[in-house]
Design a binder for this molecule. Structure first.
Ligand code: PLP
Length: 381
């Protein structure tokens, strides 16, 4: 089998597996004062340093969560801790192509959530953000702005540093969901200038069910979604998942070492865009090196996914979260794709265990499948 669905979930890296098996032998609760508890805490602190290092953050500003979804749901709150006090925010501005866990708006009431338009390549329109923030600031109100670093369906990279620069001028806080970007492109939280970054372990070869919020500065920290014990510096209650967190740390370290493969990945990715009949979504934008959203006029994505599955190749129709549903992806809609073309999009996403042979096998399967489904399709110039 060939697995080209890393954006839905990457296979567990051997480094993460080994670290997790070792950690499963650990005894005790990381909050306990005895030697066993201290040892568990030590394992978590190592992982915190590994995760922080992947995004240029500081280990004591990493809040472990149960995944990207929980990290997003925690950060998207109208109440934030700033300095020693609390800050109330009036609105949430989100990009039009965000992941459903951001589109859901977190703890903001639905009427406080506003969308920032994207252009035809799927890149947020900075003029739209600025106009909307200025209008809000004119009313003496403040916002949280949430724009993802890279899109899960298309790989399109957003100008997050520019978003943060504009947001700052209007006193807004800034969050970026870097779930799909981390481990695929260099990420530096200080250079991005955001208050919060979301990460998820299973996209970079760690276990499912673990993620993190990385905080940008010393001042802002999230109001916990899960309350109870004081774990994770009072930002996330609940006994930590030691083995999961250890696996996340090991995967983050290994993913950082893989960043040097980006050029090779980019060449493989670009080869996909010239396959017969393929229309690359977001072709004009900067994109992740290992993601390609390919539309095929005259075909349906569900049919393509099954055809590839029968060829031994796993990939997705649009995002994993929206596949299975009949409606067209909100990402493709926001980018202005027609319904028929949008309904034909498949996502090829690879990563740490992919070899050139896998991409060649995909190319051959594509040729066979397209020949059968859309016999007239030709190779792009
Ligand atoms: N954000 C983005 C951009 C994603 O692609 C995903 C996963 O699909 C998530 C958040 C959710 O992460 P998790 O699966 O860890 O809850």
């Amino acid at each position: 089998r060939i697995y080209l669905d890393h954006n839905a979930g990457a296979p567990l890296r051997p480094e993460a597996r080994a670290a997790m098996i070792d950690a499963l032998g650990s005894v005790g609760n990381a909050s306990s004062v005895h030697a066993e508890g201290r040892a568990a805490r030590g394992r978590i602190e190592t992982a915190r340093r590994q995760v922080a290092a992947l995004v240029g953050g500081s280990a004591d500003r990493v809040v472990m969560t149960s995944g990207g979804t929980e990290a997003n749901a925690t950060v998207l709150s109208p109440l934030q801790r700033v300095g020693g006090g609390m800050l109330e925010l009036d609105a949430l501005f989100i990009g039009a192509t965000e992941h459903p866990s951001v589109m859901a708006g977190g703890r903001f009431p639905p009427e406080a959530v506003r969308t920032i338009a994207v252009d035809r390549e799927g890149v947020v329109r900075l003029d739209d953000l600025e106009t909307k923030l200025a209008a809000l600031a004119g009313e003496g109100r403040r916002a949280l702005v949430s724009v993802m670093l890279a899109n899960n369906e298309t790989g399109v990279i957003q100008p997050v540093a520019a978003v943060a620069g504009i947001a700052r001028r209007f006193g807004a806080l800034v969050h970026s969901d870097a779930t799909q970007a981390a481990g695929r492109i260099p990420v530096d939280i200080a250079a991005l200038g955001v208050d919060f970054l979301t990460l998820s372990a299973h996209k970079l070869g760690g276990p499912q069910g673990v993620g993190a919020i990385v905080l940008g500065g010393d001042l802002v920290s999230p109001v916990p979604l899960l309350t109870g014990g004081g774990q994770e510096k009072n930002a996330r209650a609940g006994t930590q998942n030691v083995a999961g967190i250890v696996g996340f740390g090991a995967a983050a370290e290994a993913a950082a070492a893989d960043l040097g493969r980006a050029e090779e990945w980019r060449r493989w990715r670009d080869g996909l865009s010239v396959l017969p009949g393929a229309v690359l979504v977001g072709a004009g934008a900067e994109r992740l090196p290992q993601t390609a959203a390919l539309a095929l006029e005259g075909a349906r994505a569900e049919t393509l996914v099954i055809a590839f599955d029968l060829e031994g190749i796993a990939l997705s129709a649009g995002s994993a979260c929206s596949s299975g549903k009949v409606q067209v992806s909100h990402v493709m809609k926001a980018m202005g794709l027609g319904d028929a073309l949008a309904a034909s999009v498949i996502r090829v996403s690879f990563g740490w265990e992919t070899g050139r042979d896998d991409i060649d096998r995909f190319d051959e399967a594509w040729a066979r499948i397209v020949q059968r489904l859309v016999p007239g399709a030709t190779r792009a110039a």
